[in-house]
Ligand binder design. Sequence first.
Ligand code: FES
Ligand code: CO
Length: 325
Amino acid sequence: MIEDPVLAQEWLPVCLSAELKEQLLKVTVAGEYVVVFRSEGGVHALKDVCVHRGAPLSLGKRKGDCIVCPYHGWEYDRGGQCVKIPQLDPARVIPPKAHTQAFGCEERYGLVWVRLLRSDGRFPIYPEVESGALRLHATMGPYGVKAAAPRLIENFLDVSHLAFLHEGYLGAPEHPYISDHDVHWIDGRGVSDDILIMQPNGDGRGREVQYRYVYEILSPVCVKFTKTDTETGDVVSIQLCVQPNEERRSAAYFLVTSNFDVDTQAFVSYQELIFKQDVEVLENQKPEELPLDLQLEMHLRSDRISIAYRSYLKERGVRWGVIYG
Ligand code: FES
Ligand code: CO
């Protein structure tokens, strides 16, 4: 059952590419049970329910480009069409109704992505990685978080928590002020003005530097920031892609990039340390769903980006993990 037709039209990450090998993998995305698998023809995703008696196909076996249901052996091709029913008289044709739903499935940036409903929604491309301006060092995740996807996204876009929750790392309470900025909508993407932030240890290499941050909203569950060291021009950019599992359970993936060499393991550990600080708040925020009615919480000018994100979810009609008030 498609629980949120807006989210269902987006490309949603479902697992790391590296996790998907020979096996059939059961994933939950936006409340939907999906089986993903890899064959010579690429990656594929089907609804994880056999139309015969509802057995999960993910318990079955892969056979070439097909999945064999574990219960009575019906075989489905990657388009979801049943191509073999062992109990059927071979003289009879397989009814076209013997068909399970096939979903869009793509592999990119070390992730497998699924789109539940066909749409003209665009893939969250990372242009700087495509052009080679930034190098993708790691695809981090999945980090399971007991929080609604929009809460995770808003946290990532929240500039003013850096000086407090991430004190000593991404900010300092002596520099709480956030330079004024707006969000502009360019070709469906929300892009913030530059924001200057003083960070004692912004990239884990231990230097106090002022960074110029730009935040981007790419989809309801995919956002990124690009920060430039104002002294050296070094750039770090991280894209957060959230897999909404259940309404209050999500998995986060981070695409970590930069234009300079990094010790990948140290860089990843540093990001994990930061995210752990976020998770502690995220799993305890009230209400659990993100309130879209601006009357429900208090806002400052420094909350501009999260306000823009909330308005965007409202305009798009997202229902997942939000409260309209
Ligand atoms: Fe799948 Fe019967 S339930 S073949
Ligand atoms: Co944070």
